[in-house]
Design a protein around this ligand. Structure first.
Ligand code: GLU
Length: 309
């Protein structure tokens, strides 16, 4: 994969930001979490962090946003660190081809979610790391991991966003209860869902998120929080499952492992080179940031960054 100079990167990001500012169709902001529903869709930020921790940014790169499902990458890394391959008895590694919050497969496949990034799978992962711990401890560990990866102790959980999601979490509670009925939930549903909504409510800027994503870049200078073998596996899962039923389209258009969140953020990894975070709150039909995806497509084309050669 090509190395791109800092000056070229700055110019590419400025061009992308300019183009995205002018976009008329910005997608639709997620409406089902009340605290997120009112966010101004005109915002757009993008950051590229290099292995040494320096970052190049454009647009609203210093505005904190709700990382939502991007948190699932960090909890997966923690769960694999704790349980290793045992985790795979609770959750699969296949793309779902269904919406992020679908319950269909769960019934057909005996309560074992397809992958750790659909909601059911992420709830199972959170349940797994809760074993023998208090939610406070699990959330503390998650924040420690993210802060260490980003090199930034200011990263925090937005309690109002968590409470807002908790109050409307009927579907996620249904997923958890169904898994409990099938023997794939070990803690009380309220405890697991309470932890899950708080992990989703971590707030970061694109600058912070891009720096945090360096733990998946696997290059000298990056924080060493998981082994290279595990980095490859997490990246594989991000490529296959990171954008729900839009994962194939994202791989086709961008060609990099990525994970989206309904807050409009996307984390993408350029193995050996960089970590990218982009944020624009409007979503496409698959629940992934519309302009975020377009921006990454431009960036991948302009830099030649793709895992496919
Ligand atoms: N907290 C969100 C939910 O469970 C996460 C979904 C997402 O970001 O895709 O609905």
């Amino acid at each position: 994969m090509e190395a791109v100079s800092r000056a070229d990167l700055a110019q590419i990001l400025a061009e992308i930001e300019h183009r995205m500012r002018l976009a008329e169709d910005r997608g639709t902001v997620a409406g089902y979490i009340p605290q997120l529903a009112g966010i101004d869709p005109a915002q757009f930020g993008i950051s590229v962090a290099l292995p040494d921790g320096t970052a190049c940014s454009a647009g609203d790169a210093a505005t904190p946003f709700s990382i939502q499902s991007i948190s699932k990458v960090f909890t997966l890394a923690i769960a694999l660190g704790r349980l290793g391959d045992q985790l795979w008895s609770r959750v699969g590694r296949e793309p779902s081809g269904l919406a992020f919050n679908s319950i269909l497969q769960l019934e057909q496949e005996n309560g074992i979610p397809r992958n750790p990034f659909v909601n059911a799978g992420a709830i199972a992962v959170t349940d797994a790391i809760l074993a023998g711990h208090q939610p406070r401890e699990v959330l503390g560990e998650l924040l420690r991991f993210i802060r260490l990866a980003a090199g930034d102790d200011a990263i925090h959980i937005n309690r109002a966003v968590a409470a807002s999601e908790q109050a409307t979490a009927h579907r996620n509670i249904a997923l958890a209860e169904f898994m409990a009925a099938m023997g794939n939930l070990r803690n009380p549903t309220a405890l697991t869902i309470g932890t899950y909504v708080h992990q989703c409510a971590v707030e970061m800027t694109t600058d912070q998120l891009a720096r945090a994503g360096r733990f998946l870049v696997n290059a000298p200078g990056c924080p060493r929080l998981v082994s290279p073998a595990r980095i490859r596996r997490i990246n594989a899962l991000m490529m296959m499952c990171g954008h729900y039923d839009g994962s194939g389209e994202f791989a086709y258009r961008v060609g990099l492992p990525g994970k989206s969140g309904v807050g409009g953020g996307i984390l993408a990894v350029v193995p050996g080179r960089a970590s990218i975070a982009v944020w624009s709150p409007g979503l496409n039909a698959s629940g992934n940031s519309k302009l975020g995806t377009e921006a990454l497509e431009h960036l991948a084309r302009a830099t030649g960054w793709s895992v496919f050669g």
